[in-house]
Design a protein around this ligand. Sequence first.
Ligand SMILES: O=C(O)c1ccccc1NCC(=O)[C@H](O)[C@H](O)COP(=O)(O)O
Length: 263
Amino acid sequence: MNASDEEMAPAVRSILDAARERPGGEERLAVDARSLPEAFAAAEADGRVPVVAEVKPTSPTTEGTREDDPVELAREMVEGGAAALSVLTEPAHFGGSTENLSRIRAAVDVPVLRKDFLVREDQLDAVESDVVLLIARFVGDDLPRLLEAAEERGFQALVEVHGEGELERALDAGATLVGVNNRDLGKLEVDLGTFESVVGPNRERVPDDVTLVAESGITTAADARRMRDAGADGLLVGSAIMADGSVRSNTETFTRASPEGKS
Ligand SMILES: O=C(O)c1ccccc1NCC(=O)[C@H](O)[C@H](O)COP(=O)(O)O
């Protein structure tokens, strides 16, 4: 454990310990990725809010497990207008698997983000996806090297940040997909003001070709509009879509949250 591990919630420490133990793939992958920015542009063009809907059967902050077939859930999310999907592949804390991801990616035609906690280059080779996640806090100084390694394999990389310093590091490393996580992985508290305070003062600093994604804690159409007003090109929504009821109509709550369609 290092000093910054000690500042993390026990659940996150446990996730990170498991990530460090997880084996990588045996062969270097070469991926033909579906473009996330193009999927966002296509959603915008037909009046949908660009939403990355997340297949997250359970999590440290939700009660119970959604047992439905993940492929069926994924299809319903796409029917609800999701521009892309995020699939948890971490088994112990999120009920996910790499098999789920492969089955889902084969069943839909939108980009799929592998939502896992990658800490080593060989872990990129565990399963094909269109986008991989690099969490600035977890990968530290390895960020530029892992970003390059991901792109060399054909992946797009969503670099996740939580503060202005991490945004700076992500941009300096050349990230073109940046997710601002409203969930503080130290305390597991969610504050939508995070996206606003990280992006607001740095709007000029973020190049036009960088796609900004607001992640976590988006539970209503009003939250979605708030994040869009703050500059989010797309929204990553998990728990509120995986909540009880129809995943398709839960997804529509966000994909239809345009400024005109106040609800
Ligand atoms: O979701 C959790 O409880 C969680 C706990 C500890 C570390 C990470 C966690 N979530 C990972 C995510 O990035 C979220 O699943 C994703 O941003 C969607 O968030 P939400 O819409 O709030 O479910």
